[in-house]
Structures are given as C-alpha cells and as structure tokens.
Ligand binder design. Structure first.
Ligand SMILES: *[C@@H]1O[C@H](CO)[C@@H](O)[C@H](O)[C@H]1NC(C)=O
Length: 412
C-alpha cells in the first residue's frame, strides 16, 4: 500500500509539478535539421551492401526531407496493445518526450503489476501455421504488451508471417532486459545473438532482409547506427539514423515502389505514426475517469493480480493516468476534446490513402499501413476505439488491415 502511495506521489511530481515544454514538436523539427549525414550514410551503406546505383542522389534528397530523427526517442511511449490474433483490446499508457523512463516504467507498472515480482512469461506465439521464411531465424520480442511501438512490431511480424516468441517485460523492474544496456522496449533478439533496438529500426532492417536475402542482417543493421545526443532539456537521447529507410538496391527499390512518390509517402506516414498518432492514444483512453478505469480494468485482468492488489492497482493507476493524460494533452497541444484530434488524424490518414487504393501500399499494406494499424490497435475494446470507428472513415481500411495481419498475407 505504501509503495503505491509512493508511486502516485512520484507520478505526481514527475508529471504534474515538473514544468514541461509545450512545443515538443518544434524541438523535434529543430533536431531533425541537424542530421544531414543521414542520407550519405544510407547511401554508403547500401553501396557497402553491394548494391546501389544512380538512385543515390535522388534517394538522398527524398530521405533528407522525409525522415526525421526524433531525438526524443522512446521516452516513455507506452500504450495500449492488442496482440496477435486476439482482437481484444489492450492497454494503455502515455508517451512523453525525452527520457521519461521513470514515468514510463511506473505507468506500465500500473498496468502490468505494481506488486508483481519479476516475472518472465515467454509465450509461444503463433507457432501453428507459420513457417519462418528465413528458416533459421529465431526471433524473440521483448515487449510491454500495452505499448504501441511493440504493437507495431507485432503487426509487422504477423503480417509477414514471421514466427516469434514474446517475452513480456515487467515494466517496474525490467528484469527481463537487465542484460541489455539499451533499456527500452521493444527489443528484438535474432538467433540469440543479434540485438535490434527501436521499433522502426527493427521493422526497416527486417524488411530489408526479407526483400534481399543475399544480405546478412549483421550487415544491414550497421546501416542504422545509433546516434546519441543531448536534447534541449539536457537529457541524453538515442536516435537511429535512417530508421525509415530500407537498404535496398535500385532494382529492389523500383520493384517495391513501382510508382513515383510511394517511397517518400511511406516514410512520411511511418514517421507520422511515431511522432504524432502515438501521442493521441493516452489522452483518449484516459479521457474521463470512467475511461481511465475501463482501461485499467483491462490491465488488471490481463496482469493476473490478486484481488486486493488488483483493486488498488486499478483505482490508483486509473487516477494517476487520468491526471497524466491531462498533462500530455497540454504538452501536445491537443484540443479540449481530444477525440477531435484523434478523428482528425485518422481521417487525414484515410484521405491520404484515397479512394482508389485499398491500402497506402496499394493492393497490399506497406510499412506505413502496418505502423498506423499497430498504433491504433492498442485501443481496441475501449470506448476511444469504438468512437473512432463510429465517427471516422477508418473502419474499412482497419478491417482490411486486420485480415491482412491475421492471415499473414505478406508471407514470403
Ligand atoms: C542495441 O543496444 C545494445 C545495448 O546498447 C547494443 O549492444 C547493440 O549493439 C544495439 N543493437 C544495434 C543493432 O545497434
């Protein structure tokens, strides 16, 4: 009980008393401009991988304009998730800028087990009908079930029919990833030796691997170098170069993006999902006290709490998140009615796809489709999700995405 009170106090200090920068987005943009080396790196990397042609310059320009580096990094972006085949909803959380790890851990702690001791649960995931296209590739995903970035990775893996195991990380102790100096999720371990960090890096590097089997993953990940810097709040942040860029040859690129602009569009909307859409989740799922309770009710049910523990986790967690979500709302300059921002974002997405395409990727989802789907999916089962379905035009696309992921339509 005392630890809970302490936790609430910490949350309060961390999120309410601590003065916040409002215009995080501006910071992101400013930082973005500083990373001119990226295109060169990407090109050099592609060349080093034994491919590359005249697309270099063109690619560089596209890349520079379309890729952002969000130095604010993973901060604490944790939210809801829906896992694999289950269409039920999951949880929540919030994201904030730079390195709010503490908040993150606590927040999810609420969801997944304030009281739980360290606990690893490895789940065999989707073993039945799936064959790993690489044969030897053994994937283990370290995740919080309720984090949209983890949901994105799962959407990608599910769609491509890759088999993987899940290690659910306890968000308070994070014992399960103690072996890693990189302290965030998702982490994807490949064959027990290669550690991929950051959801977009995981997706870009695996997609590259799936498309060009002559490259080794070890070579590919060198193209996504880590870049540490200090943000304007004095926090050290880690960002990854080229994270939306696939390391493909000119021919492979042309095959993947048959029409002009497709590549740039995909990168732009992947970034949008990470930098904007994600921020709309927490304020929406904790919008009212009732919704906050419903969100935590789900977490507690999933988290296998004892009766008393669950009771406290639910009410204290919900109260804390209700407060936090108000902070997030002002940090991201959302409207008073946060639903409106969600509807607007989702309708923008649908408008970007247009009437003539099933997916942004055309007849099949591209990485932007998978990212947006992965993020939105974490609200499933909650009021915010239902409202979104009822009040926007996203439904048809969403159902198509669901089927595509469920049926592993992108299987090699
Ligand atoms: C991921 O992070 C760990 C720990 O910081 C590091 O050792 C590893 O090289 C990183 N992986 C990649 C692909 O950068």
């Amino acid at each position: 009980m005392y630890s809970l009170l302490f936790l609430v106090l910490l949350l309060y200090v961390n999120f309410v008393l601590h003065p916040k920068k409002k215009k995080e987005k501006n910071a992101l943009l400013a930082l973005h401009c500083g990373s001119l080396r990226k295109p060169v790196m990407a090109a050099a990397c592609t060349r080093a991988l034994g491919k590359l042609g005249g697309a270099f310059l063109r690619a560089s320009v596209v890349h520079r304009s379309a890729t952002a580096s969000y130095l604010l990094g993973n901060g604490f972006r944790r939210a809801y998730c829906s896992r694999g085949t289950g269409l039920r909803s999951k949880l929540l959380s919030a994201r904030s800028g730079g390195g709010r790890l503490l908040g993150c851990a606590f927040l999810l702690g609420g969801g997944l087990g304030w009281y739980q001791a360290v606990k690893v649960s490895v789940q065999q995931h989707m073993a039945e009908d799936k064959q790993d296209p690489e044969g030897a590739l053994k994937l283990v995903l370290y995740q919080y079930k309720t984090c949209p970035f983890c949901s994105k990775v799962r959407a990608f893996l599910d769609y491509h029919g890759a088999a993987y195991e899940i290690v659910e990380v306890n968000p308070v102790m994070r014992q399960e990833i103690k072996w890693s100096t990189y302290r965030k999720v998702p982490i994807l371990m490949v064959n027990g030796e290669l550690q991929l960090n950051d959801s977009s890096v995981i997706i870009s590097s695996l997609k590259t691997l799936f498309l060009s089997k002559d490259k080794s993953l070890t070579d590919i990940i060198h193209c996504y170098p880590e870049m540490k810097s200090v943000n304007d709040r004095g926090r050290e942040v880690t960002e990854y170069n080229n994270k939306y860029w696939l390391m493909l040859s000119e021919a492979e690129t042309a095959a993947l993006y048959p029409q002009k602009g497709m590549q740039k569009e995909e990168m732009k909307w992947r970034q949008w999902a990470d930098d904007w859409l994600v921020h709309l989740i927490s304020p929406n799922v904790y919008r009212t006290t009732g919704e906050a309770l419903a969100s935590f009710d789900y977490i507690v049910r999933e988290g296998k709490f004892g009766t008393v523990e669950g009771f406290f986790a639910k009410y204290v967690g919900a109260a804390a998140m209700y407060i936090i979500s108000k902070r997030l709302k002002s940090r991201h300059n959302l409207q008073d009615d946060v639903r409106q921002d969600l509807y607007k974002a989702v309708n923008e997405w649908v408008a970007a796809i247009g009437r003539d395409r099933k997916f942004m990727g055309g007849s099949q989802p591209n990485l932007a489709d998978l990212a947006v789907f992965g993020v939105l999916r974490v609200m499933e089962g909650l009021q915010a999700f239902q409202d979104m379905m009822d009040n926007t035009k996203v439904k048809h696309w969403y159902r198509r995405m669901e089927r595509a992921a469920l049926n592993h339509e992108g299987r090699a």
